[in-house]
Design a protein around this ligand. Structure first.
Ligand code: SF4
Length: 366
């Protein structure tokens, strides 16, 4: 069976070249062609001799996530439903066919932000998240994670802005698929690879403390965001059962020990759920929780949908933001993009599992 080359590091590609009896530097040339030049067929790798290109076409393959459907939003963002077809990565037969994931391309002034998935489905079970309802289908490989970025860039190549941001905030808990996620991050952040800046790549976690501690040791790492969503253990236990394993005191202690680079701060995401976690007292408790942390908070007002929560009142959102900023915690209100085309992670995959549905006849996003 041909060896999969996409997602391999420079070192792995050098070893694969050597295994074909080629000089190791051919591996570095393939690495450059794959990630820096985004050439996805060996015949297009004109930096290689024709005979080698022909041998690679026989012995190797390049597999990218396949776009199943595009959901363009009125706000300019495009959500992609992607199928993962790399059979070698499947631990067991999946009855429903290839795993399905989502990625989102969000253009804005001077940059684009690409939101990618790190697992198909998720085992963490946050109660406000549709992906949780899928359960964990499987972990993604490094190639499937990098592949979402390059597919989104290629799909939009005619309208790319100079800066690309990547957020690991789609389906899955990145720190529960640690090795492939970090292998992908190294390719994304490598100057000779995809070439993104560490300042522009953010990994978001539900609060997996051993993963945060491990990430702290990495030489090459993205920025870290923590999905907070509650102001007390009681509240967080009810919304995010992972909190019983890593309660707030333990999580925030790990955050305090996290070695921030001079330019860096931690980001805390806080989904504001009407009547659940959006009171003034919640805001004051969040200020106390985040004391002594170089942090900012992204407030994300909930969009009503099929889950049993309601949107926060506009004045509560504004008051929450004011209390945080008055007490020295920078806070920003973020509206999720693509609200008219299934804005919640997991929504596309669950809809497609239930059966095809056009964007225009869809239920309101959750
Ligand atoms: S919010 Fe993230 S960690 Fe929580 S269930 Fe959804 S995908 Fe998993």
């Amino acid at each position: 069976m041909p060896a999969e080359y996409f997602g391999k590091s420079a070192e792995e590609l050098r070893a694969l070249a050597a295994s074909l009896g080629e000089p190791a530097y051919r591996g570095a040339q393939i690495y450059h062609a794959l990630y820096a030049e985004r050439r996805f067929s060996f015949s297009e790798m004109t930096n290689l001799p024709a005979a080698l290109r022909a041998r690679l076409a026989e012995h190797a393959r390049i597999t990218l996530p396949r776009v199943v459907r595009r959901y363009p939003s009125a706000d300019g963002s495009i959500r992609y439903l992607l199928a993962l077809e790399n059979d070698a990565a499947k631990p067991a037969p999946i009855p429903s066919g290839p795993a399905r994931i989502e990625a989102v391309f969000m253009p804005s002034e001077g940059r684009q932000t690409i939101c990618i998935s790190t697992q198909a489905g998720c085992a963490v079970d946050c109660h406000f998240c549709l992906t949780a309802q899928l359960g964990l289908v499987r972990n993604l490989t490094a190639g499937e994670i990098v592949g979402q970025v390059v597919v989104a860039l290629e799909e939009n190549r005619m309208q790319l802005a100079p800066q690309t941001n990547v957020v690991l905030m789609g389906q899955g808990e990145p720190l529960l698929n640690y090795e492939p996620v970090m292998a992908a991050v190294r390719i994304l952040l490598d100057h000779g690879g995809v070439g993104l800046s560490a300042k522009h790549v953010t990994l978001s976690t539900s609060g997996i403390v051993p993963g945060i501690e491990r990430l702290a040791q990495e030489k090459v790492r993205p920025k870290l965001a923590v999905s907070l969503n509650a102001s007390s253990d009681e509240q967080r236990d009810a919304l995010m059962p992972i909190n019983r394993k890593y309660p707030l005191a333990v999580l925030l202690e790990a955050c305090r020990r996290y070695p921030l680079r001079p330019w860096e701060h931690l980001t805390f995401e806080y989904v504001l759920l009407g009547g659940v976690n959006d009171a003034e007292d919640d805001a004051r408790r969040v200020v106390r929780l985040l004391s002594n942390l170089r942090a900012k908070v992204n407030l994300i007002p909930w969009n009503p949908g099929e889950l049993p929560y309601r949107a926060p009142a506009q004045e509560n959102v504004e008051r929450f933001r004011e209390i945080l900023t008055e007490k020295g915690v920078p806070a920003f209100v973020r509206l999720s993009r693509g609200q008219d085309v299934f804005a919640a992670c997991g929504q596309l995959a669950s809809i497609e599992t239930a059966g095809p549905l056009s964007a225009s006849s869809a239920p309101p996003p959750g």
